[in-house]
Design a protein around this ligand. Structure first.
Ligand code: LUZ
Ligand code: MOS
Length: 755
């Protein structure tokens, strides 16, 4: 079962937004940005720009017919700045011109007058000044404050993790068309078509029924288009609505990097207490999340940090507190893992801190504390079908942990200027939107009279392979070949009120809805067959497009059956709704049953460091992963490989640098490095654990989108291990990413440059 798209992708035949043939009369939009990170907006003067050839219109907040607001969780984000600007790159005005060139050339002729105000870029400073997006949250189980006295060992520390640029290959973009009834049709590169629809309607002051959003596919999203495609969608729609001409808005790479939010950097304090047997007795953690200048999805990201604060470990006494801190950076947003990786980095830092001080390996602590069946998470959901120990033990045996440790020790004894390091990284990730209401989806399935099938859902294909999975569900449920099934574009007029394609849950939610629709159609068709054949409905099924009775062909094929249904005026269309059963969560007590199930796994990582240069190679990342009953091993393996490498990038090379004025310095691929073929692991093994899957997973095939990203955290700790092999006294701060520069400084902390 291959992914549906790759052949078209490599031939260049796949249509992305920027490939859509341009309609006559189209205007090109460019966005006028705030030149400073914080200030009072005194005026916008577009006189000079409007005199340039090709420039048609400059729209500001005053031109917005509806509400100038695109905030979701908190209404704190204007579409176009009004009164104040809060981050560098904030959209201030929309410039429309006859050509892309004219639009971009005119940008610098729009004068934005701002009187600067003091700025904050550090989350702890924001918290100290009371600049919080929402009140702090605390998850609590047991009584950590009473447990310290009984601990044999207590350690405290600080952990910092950096942001991450999404770097989807396709930048943000929208193509909007005015429609005859006074609405707009919007083609958007978004993970959340309904979010674009809702906020566009709000901005235009029309009903949602006047806004149609259509999505064919994205060249990657990674969370960056869950909420933040909305800005560009609503801006282009505003242009089309006001000027009554099609408007195309596509960000160039540097504008995209400057203007859009990223993974949240976190600064955290931890305290961990262990007993004499290295059992973790208590854990206290405080997270300071750098939210940027507006809420965006930050409160939900913050919550997921708390959900995953104890990773794959059972800890009886936990107090985890999180602050969402408002700074003058672009609003940070969803990014694969959605706060989970940030929380997991801190518990792994606490464990490494304890291990280093106690002279044991981190694995000694990790292994003793893995979750077991029935253990409670701090939010009181018990584990059900817990594979934490199975994943750990399988990885340790399959990849021969004792031999690998020996190999590292022998290499390190034999080499002075090169050192190897090793780390294990267990993961546990909860599958479901943490906002319970979002765990719903719908599918609209048509069987055409020739027996071919069209499926529409709320799922957005962004390269992750959700379309092939949905096609598989339809084909398998109806008993027909895959070639009869087409998965349609994601369109708000066909499937309404959708949740974004996010939270690793897209195939589960939309696949289950597809399954329900197809089950209903299959039953309807089999009842007809039973009548025609004068047989029992229960004894019939469809396989390979044949209707079978007791395993034998029953003289009716799929095509005949479908045709017969049409002529008997039986509906060949079904619309089904799926809502994940059993979920609940109380945001006051922070207790409940928020996740459909959890995904487990363990990665074994080895690295080799050049101790003169600080450069390094990831030698191997070897993973034992809980897929359940994978419905598409090729697609699923791809998700694990890509996720692991993306996580390694976050933990090693990818370093966002803002200066004190809140200006992004790492603003292009010259200065922002993501893993390439050379820096990707030399070996990347993925073992499919033998696990049963979960009934709430589609076809028992567990979600694969986000969990593997956290395997990358192992690379950070393997690098620490290698640095300490060179310099056992190294006092390395828990600060990611571990760039080659940082490795070098940690290897040689007392080195000073001689002039
Ligand atoms: N988006 C969201 C997400 O709105 N809620 C979530 O829980 C979530 N989790 C992961 C990724 N995106
Ligand atoms: Mo995502 S971080 O599941 O959009």
């Amino acid at each position: 079962m291959n992914h549906l798209d790759p052949a078209r992708h490599v031939r260049g035949e796949s249509q992305y937004l920027d490939d859509i043939p341009v309609q006559h009369g189209t205007l090109y939009a460019a966005v006028v940005e705030s030149p400073v990170a914080h200030g009072k907006l005194l005026g916008i003067d577009a006189t000079a720009a409007l005199q340039l050839p090709g420039v048609v219109r400059v729209l500001t907040a005053e031109d917005i017919p509806g509400e100038n607001q695109i905030g979701g969780i908190v209404p704190d984000e204007p579409l176009l700045a009004e009164g104040h600007v809060h981050f560098r790159g904030q959209p201030v005005a929309l410039l429309l011109a006859d050509s892309e060139h004219a639009a971009h050339a005119a940008l610098r002729h729009v004068r934005v007058e701002v009187s600067p105000l003091p700025i904050i870029v550090d989350p702890r400073e924001a918290a100290a000044q009371g600049e919080l997006i929402v009140p702090p949250r605390t998850f609590r189980i047991g009584a950590a404050e009473e447990a310290w006295a009984g601990c044999a060992h207590v350690f405290e520390g600080v952990a910092e993790s950096g942001g991450q640029e999404h770097l989807y290959i396709e930048t943000q973009g929208t193509y909007a068309f005015p429609t005859e009834m006074g609405g707009v049709r919007v083609i958007s590169s978004t993970q959340g078509p309904t979010a674009v629809q809702r906020h566009t309607a709000r901005v235009l002051g029309v009903g949602m029924h006047q806004v149609e959003v259509d999505v064919t596919r994205l060249g990657g999203g990674f969370g960056g288009k869950e909420d933040q495609a909305t800005t560009w969608g609503a801006l282009a729609a505003l242009g089309a609505f006001v000027v009554r001409r099609p408007v195309k808005l596509v960000l160039d790479r540097m504008a995209d990097m400057r203007m859009t939010g990223k993974r949240h950097p976190y600064s955290s304090d931890f305290k961990i207490g262990l007993d004499a047997d290295l059992k973790i007795v208590a854990y206290e953690v405080t997270f300071y999340q750098n939210a940027g200048a507006a809420a965006d999805l930050s409160p939900a990201v913050l919550e997921r940090t708390l959900f995953h604060a104890t990773n794959a470990y059972f800890i009886p006494n936990v107090t985890a507190t999180a602050y969402s801190c408002r700074t003058n950076l672009p609003p940070n947003t969803a990014f694969r893992g959605f706060g989970g990786p940030q929380g997991m980095f801190v518990i792994e830092s606490a464990i490494a801190c304890a291990a280093e001080k106690l002279g044991v390996t981190a694995a000694d602590i990790q292994q003793r504390n893995l979750l077991r069946e029935g253990d409670l998470f701090p939010y009181r959901q018990p584990t059900e079908g817990c594979h934490a120990e199975q994943a750990w033990n399988t990885a340790a045996e399959l990849y021969d942990l004792p031999a690998r440790r020996r190999e590292v020790a022998e290499f390190n004894a034999a080499h002075k200027l090169q050192k190897k390091g090793l780390a294990l990284m267990p993961i546990c990730f909860g599958i479901s939107f943490t906002k319970t209401a979002m765990n719903q989806a719908r599918a609209l399935v048509h069987i055409y009279t020739d027996g071919s099938v069209g499926v529409s859902t709320g799922a957005v294909e962004m390269g992750q392979g959700v379309n092939i999975k949905i096609a598989q569900v339809a084909a398998q449920t109806l008993g027909i070949s895959l070639s009869r099934v087409k998965v349609e574009s994601t369109n708000t007029t066909r499937v309404a009120n959708t949740s974004p394609s996010a939270a690793s849950a897209t195939a589960d939610l939309n696949g289950k809805a597809t399954q329900l629709a197809c089950l209903a159609l299959r039953e309807r068709l089999l009842r007809l067959a039973a009548t025609e054949l004068k047989m029992n409905y229960e004894g019939l099924h469809i396989e390979n497009e044949q209707v079978l009775a007791a395993g034998k062909p029953a003289d009716t094929t799929w095509e005949k059956l479908v045709s017969a249904a049409y002529w008997q005026r039986i509906s060949l269309t079904e619309n089904a709704h799926y809502a994940t059963p059993d979920l609940h969560f109380d945001a006051e007590t922070n207790q409940g049953y928020p996740f459909a199930y959890h995904v487990y796994g363990t990665a074994l990582t080895t690295v080799r460091v050049d101790c003169l240069r600080g450069t390094y190679e990831v030698e191997a990342v070897q993973i034992a992963h809980d897929f359940g009953q994978s419905m598409n091993p090729a697609v699923d393996r791809g998700q694990i490989e890509g996720g692991a490498v993306q996580g390694i990038g976050w933990m090693t090379l990818e370093e966002l640098v803002f200066n004190d004025e809140g200006r992004l310095l790492s603003n292009s691929l010259n200065s922002y490095k993501i893993p390439d073929l050379y820096s990707a692991p030399k070996v990347l093994d993925v073992h499919f654990l033998d696990t049963p899957g979960h009934p709430r997973a589609v076809l028992r095939s567990k979600a694969v989108g986000e969990p593997p990203l956290m395997y990358g955290i192992g690379t950070y700790f393997a690098l620490r291990d290698a640095i300490r092999a060179f310099n056992p006294a190294a006092d390395i701060s828990f600060s990611a990413p571990m760039t080659p520069e940082k490795v070098l400084v940690n290897l040689h902390p007392n080195f000073t440059w001689q002039r």
